[in-house]
Design a protein around this ligand. Structure first.
Ligand SMILES: [Zn+2]
Length: 1205
């Protein structure tokens, strides 16, 4: 997308396309350099101070660790002896042996821990070669925190060890340091005056790599298809002609969604030409993702999936592997993306939209190129070389050098007479013999200035913009004029410059050559680049929430896709086993299903585009995306239903596929792209009706399943055992106090083995036999009339009306205000009490003639800040109590809010479920926020996740405006102090902030009447009735003396991981189409036990057949993510799943009795063999492989596997 003007008022009447940084030739501030020097000096002092502190800490650390370990070893040994002595003489040998084994494991682990720790400490003391350190801007080492409770949770240590890597720059520290003063930098408005002598390149000439590019948004102002028709296909057609004309011409392309569409349109001859260009290095596919994905709202499942889809396409059709990443337009950058790119085999990446103050600081320090390291990684394993563009935008005016009015003159698409021109009012000139010297020197001056911001004499200069190179004439204007300039440089060796067109990999290869020749390395950096500001206080935190309805729909598709992928792959494997010949069952539409899967993958992939999931496209484009998501969910459901059908049949010969009359149907119906799912009531009879439940998680789960029935009395039994399941009947409220007389909620508790299909039978029960929920209603000053005959209703009156209302289960007790229905306090079984007050608030936007107001991208709240939500009518509060769950619902004008407590034994009973139904369609310029006000002493620190992959520490800084302190939250956020941690898990992406100590707030929806000048040209007023879902988990911390927020890296607790898994991947409920003459069904249980709690089955994805396109192959990609987890919150009792102290896992054990015929480790997008320390293993079982905490790994396995049942 196009960026807005830095000073838009200077150019009235410009088309939005022309708006760009405008006249910046104002008076230069002579004090800029001074100030810069001051900042540099200050940072130096801070660094030196940190260094000496760090050295002391390190020394102390080594001593402590050594002591602690010795002590611990002694303790363990003594413990073993004591225990031995205390045991009765007759002991079970097995028990003893396993105990001993555990102890040896622990000792072994402690030893390796210590070795690693000592190695880390030693490494950090070795003086480094990098000029970063030489300049004294030294390493910033945080203390290695050791949790006293680590030993109580074996396996924790390995995750804990990865905390707080010892070297490199942490962005959090940069934020602490920066003044965010936004000084006028002169021609480079957000930067500074760059000086050079002119002799810097005498020894090593300046090497310019000019990289032509065209940024093609897969939907923004136009839909994906319309952009393709109007622009993209012409760009690619011309690319083919122009690059073939001259081998010196080059180009990069990023969006495989467009490229693959174009590929389908061109003939074989042209395809061969494309392959030749790619082979010759003239055309490079960069990143190779389906889209240039958003990095704030996208979940890592979808980020990786769109990368796999793109890479698989490239490998199949072009036979190459992308090497460099290109992300010039996403609104902020996440290290999760860097991790995935590295895992997919890329070595380099470019990022662009970074806070202008950070860019300036990095430019001053010459750290715009760095090794981006994961915060949790103490090794360089995850490092990827990253280039950050220094200036305001990726267009030509902001990429040749610091002065946009000069650089614009070298965008030859803006030559006079064309449709676009330079807003700085100095047009480009065609290069002629008369002007070439002057032009070449003018451009060289910009190149030289820009080059001073980097450490090597090779300079990367992009050449392009949005939807560029559409017409043949544009190609000629750019390439011919630049070639003349390059030739001039060649003819003038005294200038010490060589320039050429190149690809991104050409640049990074040249960089690597130069760095290794100079025997230097790039500095290491940890952290993320949120929240982005492009100018002034314009922070892009609005899009973290914009169009929340579709952000939720995105995650529904994601969950449906993952569930379908896994079940489809298992079905094919089972079918091949059934046939014994690797064949699929006749009549099963495997190819059609695979095509539906592929379409579903591509819809989800397309929606990860940085104008799609972000909610920043025009209304009709949003509808286009919505319809794609909606259709994909429906199509994937067909695959899921049909796969489940075959798996469940006892007599497989009865399988018959009929698309118009499927055997199984989903329990809920989605009627349109902008409608919420609705459950349909089941007509019950004495005849048992099968209900199928699929558990898409890798864990044994106790779940509450709710269906709608037409009867007040129902019973449900496990079809296999005939055992009745605990159940409850609740009312369906058609209005806040009016219960349906025809439909009722029937909820029951089901035990769901991992990845299983469970069959239950529901039938009508004898009158009065079902447990009915009981209701209490309250509305201040106005006792509501409740319309229900079937349920017991009471009202609170008298002095009781002033008391809080309380609900509890075995693990937790909550208190809510009866007046508002909102939560006030939580108490754990252990006695720990925390105030947790839920509030709702409004944000408005700026007023009093301020032209800058909130829009799709920007959050620019009014000066008054958030205002407590108040309504003229007091809310109706409805409390339900039942044996399966109890809840409190508050019905306000703009939202319905429910807090639910499940009466379950396991971990599902430990968290509160919070659900909101928001409708702000009657509002103007309002944003609704849910805030938790607690007594957690977290100071100014909190944690929010990045893409659901990792946690990132956040510091709320008073020097930044309110909107800068909002961050993206994809799936979780927490506050903690030394005794407790309060985690909010979410099922959708939205903005999160902790503006004051103890507070945590999420933005639920935003309705904004105006455009915010970033090119969209409209407000956000297409709000829907929007659902949001959360889990709130309070946990005790055993960390004791640990510093509050001392460690910059934290992980979710095991319990939080499990809750998040349940929240994001809920059970799928299906019913049979008809109730008569049903064949016999039996449950499907592919795994004999749950996976370890910390191992997540990210996906099991069937691959396309290499020979037969659009057909499933016999191979699948197995993706596992080993989660890092926190050691200081100890679940009691321990979860049923286990975890291991070892990094090695045995795939055969994990997936027993599924057997893999062969397993091959590969990169994350299956492009390349992993070539690090492990030799590639074409293994026969046992398949032991390494999976480190936080690591995602992929294995390619042949699924002709025999599946034992
Ligand atoms: Zn874009």
């Amino acid at each position: 997308m196009r960026t807005a003007a830095l000073e838009p008022e200077l150019e009235p009447g410009l088309e939005p396309e022309e708006l760009t940084e405008t006249k910046l030739t104002g008076e230069r501030r002579h004090d800029t350099c001074l100030l810069n020097a001051e900042v540099r000096e200050r940072s130096f002092v801070v660094m030196v101070m940190k260094r000496s502190r760090v050295l002391a800490l390190l020394a102390g650390g080594i001593f402590c660790v050594a002591l602690m370990s010795l002590y611990r070893m002694l303790e363990l040994m003594q413990g073993a002896e004591l225990q031995h002595a205390g045991n009765p003489p007759v002991v079970q040998e097995d028990e003893e042996l396993s105990r001993l084994q555990q102890k040896i494991d622990r000792l072994e682990h402690l030893l390796s821990d210590n070795n690693r720790l000592v190695a880390t400490l030693r490494d950090s003391l070795i003086p480094r070669k990098a000029s970063w350190e030489k300049e004294g801007e030294g390493a910033n080492v945080s203390s290695v925190s050791i949790h006293s409770s680590a030993d109580e949770l074996p396996g924790c240590r390995s995750a804990g060890n990865m905390k707080d890597g010892a070297d490199g720059v942490q962005l959090l520290d940069v934020y602490d340091l920066l003044p965010f003063d936004n000084l006028d930098g002169g021609v480079w408005k957000q930067g500074f005056d760059i000086r050079y002598n002119g002799n810097e390149w005498d020894e090593q000439p300046l090497e310019i790599i000019l990289v032509p590019h065209s940024h093609n948004d897969p939907g923004w102002l136009k839909t994906f298809d319309l952009y393709y028709q109007d622009q993209t296909r012409h760009i690619l057609n011309n690319m083919l002609i122009k690059l073939s004309e001259d081998h010196r011409k080059k180009m990069i392309w990023a969006e495989v969604s467009y490229f693959s569409k174009w590929w389908n349109d061109i003939d074989e001859q042209k395809r061969e030409m494309v392959k030749r260009l790619v082979g010759a290095g003239q055309l490079e596919l960069v990143t190779g993702g389906w889209v240039m994905a958003d990095e704030a709202n996208s979940h890592y499942f979808a980020l990786l999936d769109q990368l796999i889809e793109g890479h698989q396409w490239i490998q199949r059709h072009l036979g190459v592997k992308p090497r460099s990443g290109w992300a010039v337009d996403p609104f902020g950058h996440s290290p999760s993306m860097a991790y995935l790119l590295k895992g997919a085999g890329l070595s380099n990446m470019v990022i662009q939209r970074v806070h202008y103050a950070v860019k300036k600081q990095f430019a001053q320090q010459q750290t715009l190129e760095f090794q981006w390291r994961q915060s949790w990684d103490s090794s360089p394993r995850s490092d990827i070389t990253c280039h950050m563009m220094p200036f305001y935008s990726y267009d030509v005016p902001h990429t040749c050098g610091p002065n946009p009015s000069v650089c614009c003159q070298f965008d030859f698409h803006r030559l006079p007479g064309g449709r676009v021109f330079c807003p700085w009012r100095i047009p480009p000139q065609p290069i002629t013999e008369q002007n070439i010297q002057e032009r070449a020197l003018l451009l060289l001056d910009q190149y030289r200035q820009k080059s001073r911001l980097f450490r090597s004499p090779v300079l990367f200069v992009p050449l392009g913009d949005d939807f560029r190179f559409v017409e043949s004439s544009e190609w000629d204007a750019q390439f011919n004029n630049y070639q003349k300039l390059f030739d001039y440089f060649d003819q003038h060796p005294e200038l010490h410059v060589k320039a050429q067109f190149g690809t991104l990999s050409d640049y990074f290869q040249a960089l690597e050559r130069r760095l290794s020749a100079a025997d230097t390395t790039l500095p290491t950096l940890r952290g993320d680049f949120f929240t982005y500001a492009d100018r002034d206080d314009h922070y892009w935190s609005g899009y973290f929430t914009s169009r929340p309805f579709y952000k939720r729909l995105d995650r529904m598709l994601e969950a449906t896709l993952r569930a379908t992928e896994i079940l489809f792959t298992l079905t094919l494997a089972e079918m091949r086993r059934f046939h014994g010949e690797g064949r699929v069952v006749a009549g099963f539409p495997a190819d059609e299903h695979f095509q539906r899967l592929t379409a579903g993958r591509r819809s989800l992939a397309l929606f990860q585009h940085h104008d799609a999931v972000t909610g920043t496209a025009r209304d009709p484009v949003v509808v286009d995306y919505g319809i794609r998501l909606f259709h994909s969910i429906l199509n994937l459901r067909q695959v899921l239903q049909s796969s489940a059908h075959w798996l469940l049949l006892l007599d497989k010969s009865l399988y018959h596929h009929d698309q118009s009359k499927p055997f199984l149907l989903m329990d809920d119906v989605i009627s349109a792209h902008d409608a919420l799912p609705q459950k349909t009531p089941h007509v019950l009879s004495d005849e048992p009706r099968p209900l199928i439940i699929f558990n898409p998680t890798e864990q044994l789960k106790t779940s509450v399943i709710t269906i709608l029935v037409d009867s007040l009395d129902a019973r449900v039994v496990d079809a296999e055992t005939g055992q009745p399941l605990a159940a409850q009947i609740s009312a369906v409220w058609t209005e806040p106090s009016r219960a349906s007389t025809e439909a009722f909620q029937f909820s029951f508790v089901a035990e769901l083995p991992p990845l299983s299909l469970v069959v239950c039978h529901v039938s009508k029960a004898s009158a009065g036999s079902s447990h009915r929920a009981q209701y209490t209603f309250h509305r201040r000053g106005n006792t509501p009339t409740v319309n229900t005959k079937q349920f017991q209703v009471s009202h609170v009156t008298g002095p009781d009306a002033d008391k809080p209302v309380s609900l509890s289960n075995k693990h937790v007790q909550i208190w809510s205000s009866l007046e508002t229905g909102l939560l006030q306090k939580l108490r754990l079984e252990s006695g720990l009490v925390r105030e947790v007050k839920i509030q709702f608030l409004w944000y408005g936007t700026r007023t009093r003639g301020n032209p800058d107001k909130s829009g799709a991208y920007l959050f620019l709240p009014g000066e008054e800040g958030a205002q407590l939500y108040s309504s003229s009518k007091p809310p109706l509060v409805r409390i339900s109590r039942g044996p399966i769950f109890s809840d409190i619902t508050s019905c306000y004008q703009h939202f319905t809010h429910t807090v639910r407590l499940l009466h379950l034994e396991g971990h599902a009973g430990k968290s509160l479920e919070i659900s909101n139904l928001v409708d702000i369609r009657s509002e103007k310029n309002h944003e609704l926020v849910m805030r938790l006000v607690t007594d957690v002493a977290n100071g100014n620190r909190f944690f929010s996740d990045l893409n659901g992959f990792q946690m990132q520490q956040r510091r709320t800084l008073a020097k930044l405006p309110l909107q800068a302190n909002f961050y993206p939250m994809t799936s979780s956020s927490f506050l903690q102090d030394s005794v407790s941690r309060l985690t909010l898990l979410s099922a959708q992406s939205q903005a999160v902030a902790a503006l004051r100590p103890g507070e945590l707030e999420v933005v639920l929806d935003r309705r904004l009447q105006q455009d915010d000048n970033r090119g969209l040209g409209q407000g956000v007023t297409d709000n829907k009735l929007t659902a949001s879902l959360f889990q709130l988990l309070l946990e005790e911390r055993g960390g004791g003396t640990q510093d509050v927020g001392g460690a910059s890296v934290e992980h979710l607790s095991l319990l939080a991981h499990l809750s998040s898994l349940s929240l994001c991947h809920p059970p799928v409920t299906m019913v049979t189409h008809s109730n008569t003459k049903l064949p016999k069904l039996r449950p499907f249980r592919p795994l004999s036990s749950s996976l370890p709690c910390d191992v997540h089955l990210l996906n099991l994805r069937t691959l396309e057949d290499a020979q037969k396109a659009e057909s499933p192959s016999q191979e699948a990609a197995l993706l596992l993510h080993r989660k890092g987890f926190d050691c200081s919150t100890i679940p009691k009792p321990a979860p049923v799943c286990t975890w291991s102290v070892h990094e090695e896992v045995n795939l055969a054990d994990l997936f027993s009795p599924l057997q893999f015929r062969s397993v091959r480790h590969s990169g994350l997008t299956l492009l390349r063999e992993d070539d690090n320390e492990e030799p590639p293993r074409q293994q026969q079982p046992p398949q032991v492989t390494r999976l480190r905490p936080m690591e995602i790994r992929m294995w390619n396995y042949a699924s002709t596997c025999p599946l034992k049942v």
